[in-house]
Design a binder for this molecule. Structure first.
Ligand SMILES: Cc1cc2nc3c(=O)[nH]c(=O)nc-3n(C[C@H](O)[C@H](O)[C@H](O)COP(=O)(O)O)c2cc1C
Length: 141
């Protein structure tokens, strides 16, 4: 990975569990390190969990679509990952911005946008050697 915007360390805590009902379960983070100085928005991230690296997409913000005036949340949706990492400590390298956090007119509009965000992030990570285990990708040739 050439450069990262910020790196955070945190523990996965239970969110409001809306994420899984909309098809994008997220690991909500209780940040143990310094808070990142980044705008509210969506970012491509690499998560290090127990020494393995996984690509993901992160939302930092107040989730205006749900209008519950909650505090700032840091939540990561891991791509193609279905392990339970509740309570685990993870490290998150925030690699690139995707877009600003927005207020959507309803949840289905948000879900459509998240699908586009995920496709964009997957496309970018396809060409990055984010993982030292991932020997199947043709990188650095
Ligand atoms: C990739 C991604 C992008 C998101 N973008 C927005 C957004 O622009 N606006 C918004 O209100 N919420 C956004 N969210 C937050 C969702 O509202 C959030 O995941 C949902 O409230 C579920 O949270 P919970 O699992 O903690 O209940 C985004 C979440 C993800 C994973």
């Amino acid at each position: 990975m050439s450069s990262i915007l910020s790196s955070i360390h945190g523990r996965v805590i239970l969110g409001k569990q809306i994420g899984r009902t909309i098809g994008f379960p997220t690991a909500n983070l209780h940040i143990l390190s310094e808070l990142p100085r980044l705008d509210y928005g969506v970012y491509g991230v690499i998560v290090d969990w127990k020494g393995s690296k996984f690509p993901g997409i992160m939302n930092i913000g107040i989730r205006p679509t749900f209008n519950d005036h909650s505090e700032v949340s840091y939540e990561v949706h891991l791509l193609d990952f279905n392990k339970n990492i509740y309570h685990e400590k993870i490290n998150v390298d925030i690699c690139f911005p995707v877009r600003k956090e927005r207020l959507f007119k309803d949840v289905s509009e948000l879900v459509k946008q998240i699908r586009r965000d995920v496709a964009y992030v997957k496309g970018k990570f396809l060409f990055m050697d984010y993982s030292n285990q991932n020997k199947n990708h043709f990188v650095n040739v």
